[in-house]
Design a protein around this ligand. Sequence first.
Ligand code: SF4
Ligand code: SF4
Length: 164
Amino acid sequence: MINRNFRKIINRFSGLHKLKEMKDNVRFKCQKCGFCCRAFPVVATKKEAKHNKLLIENSKPIIKNLRLLSKKKNECVFLNEKNECDINNSKPILCQTYPFYYNSKNKKFYYDINCPGIGKGRKINLEKIKNLTLKFENQISKKELELRYLLIFEEKIKKEKIKL
Ligand code: SF4
Ligand code: SF4
């Protein structure tokens, strides 16, 4: 059953990602603006949290295999005053891949144009983004995967008629 909190999240955040399909490899360097750690609800899988005491203590279950990270004053609890992540080496997979998304349904890559780090720094490693995404997807159920797609790719799903 879908937790009411998750429904709320979907209703509130669907379409917030301004995704653009990646045609060529894109450059990226985080500008430490903190946007992504404030704007979005951040989830970790139950498996990820199991090995990370800080994640367990600062998140709550929202659906069988997913936990929602806590926020303080509308920002992730792990975001510090320098706009850096206090758990950078063990942050959730979805934080590791942002601002990039691999859509395993249509096998295309996207990036979020909201992120000011796009176009700066080095070319990103697409294989790494893909592998991390698949690792995340392997840790959640089919239903949870559908919800994730609803949340992230809602507009794309409608436009490109991707079947869930
Ligand atoms: S929005 Fe982009 S530049 Fe800003 S903190 Fe997140 S990843 Fe870094
Ligand atoms: S865990 Fe770190 S990278 Fe992820 S939202 Fe929180 S502060 Fe940002």
